[in-house]
Design a protein around this ligand. Structure first.
Ligand code: ADP
Ligand code: ZN
Length: 619
């Protein structure tokens, strides 16, 4: 970027968005777009992708177009921009004819800076035709990974966005996403006709996120209840694998006194909209959702994501836990998983009409996910390596970093389990397999009692054997056949099993499972937010912070807007810490741009000074 446009961009960042300086790769991405070139930016959730296209849209002549897949997200972004004094609007299937006409009038008068559209809306011929006569500053394609069929969010309509290259040849196009491995990036490049566009890939690290994972006991529902109850008064998202699962869990949480709501594709649209609005507006609600609606439940101050059922892949995992802590404040991602979950995931792939190549990739993705969940090394580092980052250091925040599992050599025990499974011929489930090892099978047949593996495992308790069976399943040494809900255990990959028999491959693990919840208990997790403060390092006045939050809540209700589009938690925390005495001091707080300063400054300054705010705070 020329020094001039660099300075201009800085100035807009400060004046409009209230931020002192660019973060991460924002400045180089903006420079590329300002120069009129296409680009692909992979920035982590919360990394500030939106200013990468919003600032060029404000600085370059013409209308900025943002293609976004979800109406709820568009609504949020547009509300936030309007709060910041930016001329922004959206056109989607919910826009009324009057609003539509008014928006087109602004577009044609050249007074609109940013327009948000859905891909299917944009690709209607009349829409393209009408827009092709209007000067455009930039076209941003949000959630660009949706173009890739390898990803978990594949959206066929994204494929058609390749047409934008021909319809708007002179307009820089910026594809942005939070998750894309090298293969997905290649797909984005090809699918969107980005040609030689420069790639900007930020670190996948999320320093505010503390990850943990636990093997489920039974269905794991009791544990979810425990975890959520220990996190009362904080917004959270709980993912469950089925619609019924979300309903049942939400009901149990409500019975335990938590403000929980179910959210899934089977609910009627009005109810879904209402629940989403309620969740976005709340600073304590729990959304129990299916992953089908993942992108619709975005909210910056989500403090935890719990997977009651595991995600589908590491990409999905990172995106789903990534919905916690988007505001940069400490947050947690807790995943419950079990060997049956993996068996079902693999079985589901078998039943799908996929090419062999795609199926093989998907099977590998499932295996990699469970290796990560069941593994004993730093989880954040494992994810970052998975996405191709090199020289990654351990995070020091996840359960494995805080409480490293002591791995023992379990090769001998593994050999016993594998031979038993082999001799039993894959005809029994894990309970029966463990009884066999212990020699405790009730009324064993003469055949079974005569096997050399019968009672060969008396040295360990049943729980340890069950844990080892699960580990061997995660390692691919055993295979679980779901068998319509009565799972059977058989041998896994033959070469790997042979290597273990011969002692060429060692098996390491822990016989005693970590106490469930180690590192995931809200009262002991380091760096957890204080109950009524925004973060562990918060040193501000808690009274002022609480007062500001109450004012923001009232303001949000009055404006029918989500609280965080007014000010983020972080901005309120900074105000409670800096305790600005005048407008100049307030304007130095990150997140306070000119428009918000004029609009809310008097009320905020009065509250900080311990006075009643003048009027309704709306200038
Ligand atoms: P993403 O879409 O990448 O998840 P957003 O664009 O929503 O992230 O930004 C996340 C948060 O970071 C927002 O609250 C935004 O105001 C804030 N933010 C963005 N850029 C900066 C910056 N340069 N300095 C401080 N905060 C920023
Ligand atoms: Zn770690």
């Amino acid at each position: 970027m020329s020094d001039d446009s660099q300075q201009e961009a800085q100035e807009v960042l400060r004046r409009v968005f209230g931020h002192a300086g660019f973060r991460g790769l924002q400045a180089p991405v903006i420079a590329e777009v300002m120069a009129g070139r296409p680009a692909l930016a992979v920035l982590p959730t919360g990394g500030g992708k939106s200013v990468c296209y919003q600032i060029p849209a404000l600085l370059r002549p013409g209308l900025g177009l943002v293609v976004s897949p979800l109406i709820a997200l568009m609504a949020d972004q547009v509300a936030g921009l309007i709060q910041a004094g930016v001329a922004a609007a959206r056109l989607d299937s919910l826009t009324s004819p009057e609003d539509r006409a008014a928006t087109w009038a602004r577009i044609e008068a050249g007074t609109l800076d940013l327009l948000y559209v859905s891909p299917e809306g944009l690709l209607q011929p009349w829409m393209l035709e009408r827009l092709s006569r209007i000067p455009l500053s930039v076209i941003a394609i949000d959630e660009a990974h949706c173009v890739s069929q390898w990803g978990h969010d594949f959206r066929p309509e994204y494929r058609l966005l390749s047409r934008l290259a021909e319809v708007f040849p002179g307009v820089p196009r910026l594809a942005v996403t939070a998750t894309a491995d090298a293969r997905t990036r290649q797909d984005i490049r090809e699918g969107l006709h980005l040609g030689e566009a420069r790639e900007f890939v930020a670190s996948f690290d999320r320093p505010e996120l503390a990850l943990s994972a636990e093997r489920k006991a039974g269905t794991g529902r009791k544990r979810v209840l425990e975890l959520a109850s220990a996190r009362r008064d904080r917004p959270g998202v709980i993912y469950a694998g089925s619609r019924d699962g979300t309903e049942a869990l939400a009901a149990e949480l409500c019975a335990a006194g938590l403000p929980a709501m179910a959210y899934h594709a089977g609910l009627d649209r009005d109810l879904r909209e209402r629940r989403l609005t309620e969740f976005l507006a709340s600073d304590a609600a729990v959304m129990v959702a299916t992953i089908a609606f993942g992108m619709g439940v975005d909210k910056p101050d989500v403090r935890y994501v719990i997977h009651a059922d595991p995600p589908a892949s590491i990409e999905a995992y990172w995106q789903e836990v990534g919905r916690a802590g988007r505001d940069g404040e400490p947050a947690e991602g807790i995943t419950l998983y079990g060997a049956p979950d993996m068996a079902w995931a693999l079985r589901r792939l078998e039943g799908q009409a996929l090419s062999d190549e795609v199926r093989a990739v998907q099977v590998r993705k499932v295996r990699q996910l469970y290796a990560l969940l069941d593994g004993g090394t730093c989880r954040t580092a494992a994810v970052r390596r998975y996405f191709g980052e090199q020289a990654v250091a351990d995070c020091g925040r996840c359960d494995n970093c805080l409480d490293p599992p002591k791995a023992e050599d379990l090769t001998l025990q593994a050999q016993k389990v594998l031979s038993a499974a082999h001799r039993l011929g894959g005809r029994y489930g894990r309970g029966r397999l463990v009884e066999h090892l212990l020699g405790k099978t009730r009324e064993p047949s003469a055949f079974e009692a005569g096997l050399s593996t019968f009672g060969v495992g008396a040295e360990l308790p049943a729980g340890a054997w069950r844990g080892l069976v699960d580990q061997l399943i995660f390692d691919g040494l055993l295979r679980e056949d779901p068998n319509e809900g009565r799972p059977l255990i058989g041998l896994g990959d033959a070469d790997a099993v042979r290597a273990v028999y011969r002692g060429e491959r060692r098996v390491e693990g822990r016989l005693v499972q970590r106490h469930p919840g180690a590192g995931a208990d809200a009262s002991t997790t380091p760096g957890r937010r204080r109950r009524d403060g925004p973060g562990a390092e918060f040193e501000g006045d808690p009274q002022i912070f609480a007062t500001l939050r109450a004012w923001r809540r009232a303001e949000a209700v009055r404006q029918k807007a989500p609280p965080y589009v007014i000010f983020s938690d972080r901005t309120l925390a900074e105000i409670a810490t800096a305790r600005p005495a005048d407008a100049a001091a307030l304007s130095r707080v990150s997140g306070v741009g000119e428009t918000k300063l004029a609009r809310y400054g008097p009320a905020v300054l009065a509250l900080v000074a311990g006075q009643t705010p003048p009027g309704d705070g709306n200038g």
